[in-house]
Ligand binder design. Structure first.
Ligand code: HEC
Length: 203
């Protein structure tokens, strides 16, 4: 067979059809193997054993793309730099987030040490935009331990937390402490929450 004959054979519709069939067959076999492995319990869901590289890649990519797509339509309030928002956010952060995400001057907690995936230390900043942070805080992240705070908190209060997150990377332990102390008391926060809560559940 001359070289020209081979080229003609591989680019013919028939040869292309054969390749398509082989690729489809491999895909079906791989999916079937994955399904059987999952069904037999071969994949270890333990939080003290890291994901395999392909699963890690899959979950990471799904998370990034999902957050990006869903945060697109969110309008960010213009007053995230408002000191009242930041103080309210600091109080909520200390109460609801620091156990997992830690804070300036705080030692790693038992929860933070055992979580997998790890909760990122938010004082180191994140790659997420404020709209994306809001979306994550409101809706949480499946199979990570990151709760959906929107189930129990109004959007307004969650924007306060996002406002605080913008400030967090610049804070010293002392500044963090005094911000938390300046936050409205838990009781006031609860009242604000209730007002917004009833507004929200009207529709
Ligand atoms: C029970 C532990 C826990 C608590 C409490 C918690 N988180 Fe998380 N959070 C996580 C984990 C774990 C992740 C990482 C998930 C991942 O890697 O996919 C996460 C992810 C995030 C992210 C995404 C960070 C990034 O760069 O991808 C943000 C933002 C966030 N949390 C904010 C908050 C805020 C604000 C609060 C408090 C209102 C909070 N979290 C409370 C466990 C927690």
């Amino acid at each position: 067979m001359s070289k020209d004959d081979t080229n003609a054979a591989t680019s013919s519709p028939r040869a292309r059809g054969r390749w398509a069939a082989i690729i489809a067959g491999v895909l079906v076999a791989v999916s079937a193997a994955a399904a059987i492995a999952i069904y037999l319990g071969l994949y270890n869901v333990a939080a003290d054993v890291p994901h395999t590289q392909p699963v890690y890649w899959l979950l990471e990519t799904a998370r990034e793309r999902s957050i990006e797509a869903r945060a697109k339509g969110i309008t960010v309030p213009g007053d995230l730099a408002d000191p009242n928002r930041i103080a309210s956010g600091a109080g909520q952060y200390a109460e609801m987030c620091a156990d997992c995400h830690l804070a300036p001057g705080m030692k790693r907690t038992e929860i933070a040490r055992g979580l997998y995936p790890r909760a990122p230390e938010l004082r180191r900043g994140t790659d997420l935009t404020p709209a994306e942070q809001f979306w994550v805080v409101k809706h949480g992240l499946k199979m990570t331990g990151m709760p959906a705070w929107g189930v129990t908190h109004s959007d307004e209060l969650l924007w306060d937390v996002v406002a605080f997150l913008q400030k967090l990377p610049d804070l010293t332990p002392e500044e963090y402490q005094s911000l938390v102390e300046s936050a409205p008391s838990h009781h006031e926060t609860m009242e604000k929450m209730q007002d917004h809560g009833t507004e929200q559940h009207d529709h």
